[in-house]
Design a protein around this ligand. Structure first.
Ligand code: ATP
Length: 373
């Protein structure tokens, strides 16, 4: 068990690439934190720095209050599962699992005991005499996890471990990893670019962009209280719709927002003395609306908005409606927006119609993309 702290860590590679800047994050004992972000944002670099495969340029990394900046990978007792599993192809699964323990000169009877236990736990007992190429992708993935866990590391690192699996297997192994983590309660840092993995696996999720953290929080916090447009768009499937807008007015009646030629009034946001909104009057803002905040029938307090449907995708349990807010002679930019409606639409939507928005689900961001409320 271990507590991991990154304190103001930066990493610049020899060629000048600044992969991380001012990266601070703590992972509590037994906690699973997921790093999520687009390709190239620095996720793997964070793992490699913690594993001791790269050195920090500035800042400190500590494990259990001990600074490990200059410790060897062995001294850190950290185990990593790579995207490509990195199994030894010429060794049996048993040998692959034994390997880290043999390297640590553990006596053979103890090795056998540990390998039997980990194979049992990961459902690998029947496969021990096979070679990696005789296993399915999912089974190989479990061997890679077993090999990392067999020496009881204090920190467990996973770098996109599901990316080579098909969607169905990914969902199944995701559930296995969640269960394993609950059972072992190991301090885990998990890297993915897939927000669904992040939301389903993480006790907390750190959203990264361009070498720094945008927000850290529980999945629920990230979904409900995104700090900025980047997080709002990244979290959620599909992510939040962002529409350029202007605050026209705020008062007892509510907040009036201009979207193209339409004005929508959000009474739920109305607080006459609300300076946070008042100071944005006549200024450019961005309205954020989650796809699931739209409905095709009015509900109590809902706000109307005229839309133009472009396409509808029926997914069985729900429909995704692609639309925009353009009207004749409208200056509203042609931004593709998505609504997510439960079930199948009774009539195929096409052309101009009305949608309804739950005003509690409307977010406002300033021109820099930071949340106003
Ligand atoms: P992906 O999801 O594609 O794996 P990532 O978020 O894990 O991406 P990193 O692999 O951490 O991103 O890379 C972060 C940045 O550092 C990228 O711009 C990458 O090109 C750069 N980078 C990574 N390793 C090196 C290296 N050894 N030398 C120079 N630049 C590097």
């Amino acid at each position: 068990m271990a507590r991991v702290v990154f304190n103001n860590v930066s990493k610049r590679f020899d060629d000048g690439t600044l992969a991380l800047q001012h990266f601070s994050l703590s992972i509590q004992n037994g906690e699973m934190v997921v790093l999520v972000g687009p390709s190239g944002c620095g996720k793997s670099t964070v793992l490699r720095l913690l594993a001791g495969l790269e050195e920090v340029t500035a800042g400190e990394i500590s494990i259990n209050n001990r600074i490990v900046n200059h410790a060897t990978p062995q001294q850190r007792n950290v185990a990593m599962v790579f995207q490509n599993y990195a199994l030894y192809p010429h060794m049996s699964i048993r040998r692959n699992l034994e390997f880290p323990l043999r390297m640590a000169h553990i006596p053979m009877p103890a090795i056998r005991e540990k390998v039997t236990a980990i194979a049992d736990m990961l459902n690998l007992s029947e496969l021990l005499e096979r070679k990696p190429k005789q296993l399915s992708g999912g089974q190989r993935q479990r061997v890679a996890m077993g090999r990392a866990l067999v020496r009881d590391p204090s920190v467990f690192l996973l770098d996109e471990p599901l990316s080579n699996l098909d969607a169905k297997l990914r969902a199944q192994i995701r559930a296995d990893i969640a269960q394993l983590q609950k059972r072992l309660h190991k301090t885990t840092l998990y890297v993915t670019h897939d927000q669904v993995e992040a939301m389903t696996l993480g006790d907390r999720v750190a959203v990264m962009n361009a070498g720094s953290i945008q927000q850290v929080g529980t999945p629920d916090e990230l979904y409900r209280q995104p700090h900025n447009i980047f997080v709002a768009k990244f979290i959620g499937n599909p992510g939040m719709n962002i529409i350029p807008s202007k605050v026209l007015n705020t008062g007892n009646e509510g907040v009036d927002l201009a979207i193209g030629t339409q004005v929508i009034r959000l009474s739920a946001l109305s607080q006459p003395d609300d300076e946070t909104i008042r100071k944005h009057i006549d200024r450019e803002v961005h309205v954020g609306i989650r796809p699931e905040a739209f409905s095709i029938l009015p509900e109590q307090n809902s706000v109307e908005i005229r839309i133009k449907t472009v396409a509808v995708e029926f997914l069985g349990h729900e429909s995704l409606i692609y639309f925009n807010l353009r009207e004749a002679g409208d200056s509203c930019p042609d931004i593709p927006l998505i609504a997510r409606i439960a079930g199948k639409l009774e009539q195929p939507h096409g052309g101009d119609e009305m949608f309804y928005i739950n005003p509690d689900s409307v977010y406002l961001f300033d021109r820099n993309g930071d949340i106003i409320r």
